[in-house]
Design a protein around this ligand. Sequence first.
Ligand code: CA
Length: 427
Amino acid sequence: MKRFRVTAAVLASLSVLLTSCSEDASGNEPPPGAIKGDQRSHSQGKIKVTEVAEGLKVGWDIGFLPSGNVLVPQRPGKLSVISPKKKGQKITDITDPKQTTVTDVKIDLPKPYVKAEGGLLGMVLHPDFEKSRKFTLCQTTATPDGKPNDIRLITWKLSKDEKSATKVKDLITGLPLGPTGQHVGCRPTEGPDGELLIGTGDGWHLNTAQDKNNLGGKVLRVDWDTGKALPDNPWVADGSAKTEEAKRVISYGHRNVQGVAVRPGTKEIWTSEHGTIRDDEINLIQPGKNYGWDPSHGGEKTDQSQYAKFEVEAPMTDKELFPDAVDAKWATGEPTEALCAAIFLEGKQWGELEGKLAVTSLKGSKLFLMTVEGEGTDSKITAVDVPKELDWTYKRLRAARIGPDGALYLTTAGGENDYLLRVEPAK
Ligand SMILES: [Ca+2]
């Protein structure tokens, strides 16, 4: 293995030297079914974009409240409610950001570790929110002296007047967080069986993604109230899980899961994941499977301080180390786009866009609309469109959730005066 590794590294260097015009100088082939960047289409006039709110700072997720208002965690450490100024209106009625106000919710958050990607992250309202008022918010935490502590999911209860939130419990703690504040995930969402799914990042640690007993670089599947594993999780069902962590895991070998989407009418779970300098991935999650990320190269590289160097050499799906690793359904190749949230467009009102997988991107500052054909493991992404209305027209695009009106809502993540946007099919 070691000898082959050296050979592969030499070949990769040679390919950089000899084929400077190559699209992928690393020598890594894009996964089967990948569509190269130059094959993307660029539609115009299919969608309409409306600014709904402004003045945010990196809105990380979107929760639609029964009142018609919207709950948004802002990464630097604020949880906010966006509401129409005019009484009786709902967010779904808004046609101009001047019609809304952003109000901070009083909440006693643990001190977040705000660095790079760190801070307040993904959030999900519990399926019984109307009754329980419960939501779960993911965040980085810091030690009292400001060092990175962990990433955790905390369940809160929002007051009836939406002005404050009180802590219910730490739902899951101990997700890995490194000093750089990178690869933090963290996307909670409702799964196809009504469970809680969470996509996580490897926390910038060499060994977490392949360690089944570590919550980083995984897709987790848990109970909403206890944060514990469900009995039909793969390594609970087969009895192989030895720890509470391993019991919660349904897939591993991920680098930094940013989006988790359930395909309507199916039980399919799709994820979006940040690549290194190559290959942001779209994956279809198969319970119990390895998705092939291992910056430690099978434990061969163990110097954590060299993470950045080692990871660039690692393929996003290392078939050499893990022949059974699941190939991505689509990958960006080079350059990456920093794919973020993912969600399927649902409902007849979308017309020809119904069923597309909508994926935001940070670095690429665009929205992807992907055509998914076939079902289950046979499914393929057969086309990728970037509507011109959301191609560098705003800064980075982060959150994506479907509103009660069936429209797609997005947040921008430039860091200053960020927006909540509504995307609808053009009439
Ligand atoms: Ca992979």
